[in-house]
Ligand binder design. Structure first.
Ligand code: GUN
Length: 282
């Protein structure tokens, strides 16, 4: 079987065109959408993500406010930076790049961001809204996966979805979004017994584990749709959580790495920022 390639570059370009049009209408009524990107420390991967986000903003017409903070910043000083952006009417979205240094309390930082400006969708209010089926900012990576599935017309209702990974950034919200669309959802993680067997039940398999090429053919049922959220830097370059060459011949559709889910996360961040500006200036 030759699978359909779910191309994140195509879908993210479509999202970007929509976002740019929304930004243009905001600007036409005097609102310049603003995104504050906070980076603590000098993790090279985070630095490159943050740079790409700033470039996206520039291309789309979003003003970016850049805050690079020293790795040894105190919790209180970081809260002051966030409070400043919370109070700034030119800033509609705030993103504190994760992971950050271990001495900082992640929960307190995430909770400090004003929920209306939490374009990451990580704040408990936004996660609670997702859980309750209410509108709110949705986490960019799983929200981007939903957008890709819809772009390619992949039927979700009644399908068995298996999510491998239970992180707050991806796995947990991913399962809730699939549930909201009437999938029958199973969460798997490092303690799951017979992981390959559970995964083989999936019509839609989402791998968000962070282990290079872990998901081989024995995890995939013939005809399944496979979504690879992994971004693993190895000596051989960037690889996903899925062994693409082994899995592609079995499945009906699959995302590549790079060029799959990766570009979607940033596109959905820009879309969330436009939405944040619309809501705050309505
Ligand atoms: N680190 C990896 N992905 C993300 C993301 O979507 N948002 C933030 N804030 N940090 C990340």
């Amino acid at each position: 079987m030759t699978p359909m390639i779910i191309d994140g570059k195509t879908v993210s370009a479509a999202v970007e065109i929509e976002t740019a049009a929304r930004v243009a209408s905001l600007r036409a009524r005097g609102v310049i959408p603003g995104l504050a990107v906070v980076l603590v420390g000098d993790d090279p991967a985070s630095q490159s993500y943050v740079k790409m986000k700033e470039r996206d903003c520039e291309r789309i017409g979003i003003r970016s406010f850049d805050s690079r903070l020293s790795a040894d910043i105190s919790q209180a000083d970081l809260h002051d930076v966030i409070d400043g952006f919370n109070a700034d009417p030119h800033v509609h979205g705030i993103l504190v790049q994760q992971p950050f240094p271990r001495h900082l309390d992640v929960e307190a930082v995430v909770a400090r961001v004003s929920p209306v400006k939490d374009v990451d969708g990580f704040h408990q209010e936004n996660l609670g809204r997702l859980m309750r089926g209410l509108p709110g900012h949705r986490a960019c990576t799983p929200w981007g996966v939903m957008r890709m599935l819809d772009h390619y017309g992949i039927e979700l209702k009644g399908k068995r979805a298996v999510v491998i990974g239970r992180s707050l950034l991806v796995g947990k919200p991913m399962g809730l979004m699939l549930l909201e669309r009437d999938c029958t959802v199973t969460y798997c993680h490092s303690r799951t017994v017979d992981l390959p067997g559970v995964c083989r039940e999936a019509d839609i398999l989402v791998a968000a584990i962070g282990r290079p090429m872990m998901i081989g053919a024995q995890y995939v049922r013939e005809g399944a749709v496979v979504i690879d959220v992994g971004i693993n830097r190895t000596d051989a370059g960037m690889v996903g959580d899925v062994d693409f060459a082994a899995v592609a011949p079995i499945c009906s559709a699959i995302t590549p790495v790079p060029g799959g889910v990766g570009p979607m996360t940033r596109a959905m961040l820009m879309s969330n920022t436009a939405a944040a500006a619309e809501i705050q200036t309505a």
